[in-house]
Design a binder for this molecule. Structure first.
Ligand SMILES: Cc1ncc(C[n+]2csc(CCOP(=O)(O)OP(=O)(O)O)c2C)c(N)n1
Ligand SMILES: [Mg+2]
Length: 323
């Protein structure tokens, strides 16, 4: 296992916990009718976003998915700005005009959440041409679900990345479902990593419920990418604790499935049990982080609720980028 010092472990736990509480609170806010627009929650998958992004700096770039809040937080986006964005407020991260599915923050290397399934890999692959040409050793990462691995855009991106030996990493989060369709039905080979290998890149199969597993596999892929050896892929098996979208009745899931996953496959519990067992962090230290995170999320919701929406004069601004 990679040696992570205490500060790194506390940071990883804090980021995963922040994603979890952000999402659990959002679930309540949405149920109370506080939030307009479509929302897909990431709760349950935190170890993937954080295990991956803990290797990246603000100058490395990520392309996210429709389930993007976790990727944003793991990449360092401001949590209060994100909450305001999801509430559609004028001082949200994208001036309240992006909402849950289009949060972006270029200062943090977050190229954007993306409503197009399979949209992230071509973006990250294109961006990798730019980072390679800049020659500063920066890399790009795309996130995608098990459903995205069936998209033609993803095949083209993976092939181009291998042909051009680009500094990019394809992360696939297999949370068991693409909308309401099980991965065992929809992914013909049942094996995303071997599909990636077929394009000519190394691909690791990782337990996405385990931060350390993700972190270690990502570490190897990052060394390859930064040293000019080309792309890699990670297939991370994970689980989502909520429905595909908020409001999904989830009739396709077995009775008790989510409860069982919350009990036995919760990446936060798995992380906490390990660090306490190994004596690297204490239960009290983790509890202090929990309290800090809950206070931050409370503050984010309070500030978002109090903030004004964009003014009507700004209806047509921020539509196009000016270069
Ligand atoms: C190109 C495209 N096709 C279909 C959709 C509709 N759609 C939205 S999310 C989704 C499922 C994606 O599943 P997966 O990639 O496993 O991600 P997850 O939702 O599990 O995170 C689909 C089919 C879309 N947004 N874009
Ligand atoms: Mg999925």
């Amino acid at each position: 296992m990679t040696n992570l010092d205490k500060e790194a472990l506390l940071g990883a736990y804090r980021r995963m916990k922040t994603i979890r509480e952000f999402e659990e609170r959002l679930h309540l806010e949405i149920q109370q009718g506080q939030i307009a627009g479509f929302t897909h929650l990431y709760s349950g998958q935190e170890a993937v976003a954080v295990g991956v992004c803990d290797h990246l700096s603000d100058d490395d770039l990520i392309a996210s998915t429709h389930r993007g809040h976790g990727h944003c937080i793991a990449k360092g986006c401001d949590v209060i700005g994100m909450m305001k964005e999801i509430y559609g407020r004028a001082d949200g991260l994208c001036n309240g005009k992006g909402g849950s599915m289009h949060i972006a923050d270029f200062d943090k290397g977050m190229l954007g959440a993306n409503a197009i399934v399979g949209g992230g890999p071509p973006l990250a692959t294109g961006a990798a041409i730019a980072t390679r040409n800049a020659g500063k050793g920066h890399i790009t990462v795309s996130f995608g679900g098990d459903g995205s691995c069936n998209q033609g855009t993803v095949f083209e991106a993976m092939n181009l990345a291998v042909v051009l030996k680009l500094p990019t990493i394809f992360v696939f989060e297999d949370n068991g479902y693409s909308e309401h369709t099980g991965v065992s039905y929809a992914v013909g080979s049942k094996d995303i990593a071997s599909r990636c290998r077929g394009f000519g890149m190394p691909a690791a199969k990782v337990n996405g419920d385990d931060y350390f597993d993700v972190y270690d596999a990502m570490g190897e892929a990052v060394v390859r990418a930064r040293s000019g050896q080309g792309p890699s892929a990670l297939e991370c098996t994970t689980t989502r604790f909520f429905g595909h979208f908020e409001g999904d009745p989830q009739r396709y899931r077995a009775k008790g499935e989510v409860e069982e996953h919350r009990e036995n496959r919760d990446c936060l519990k798995i992380f906490a049990a390990r660090v306490v067992r190994e004596g690297t962090l204490s239960a009290d230290e983790l509890a202090a982080v929990d309290a800090e995170v809950l206070a931050l999320i409370d503050r984010a919701v309070g500030e978002a609720q109090a903030a004004p929406p964009p003014s009507i004069d700004e209806l047509t601004t921020d539509v196009y980028s000016s270069y």
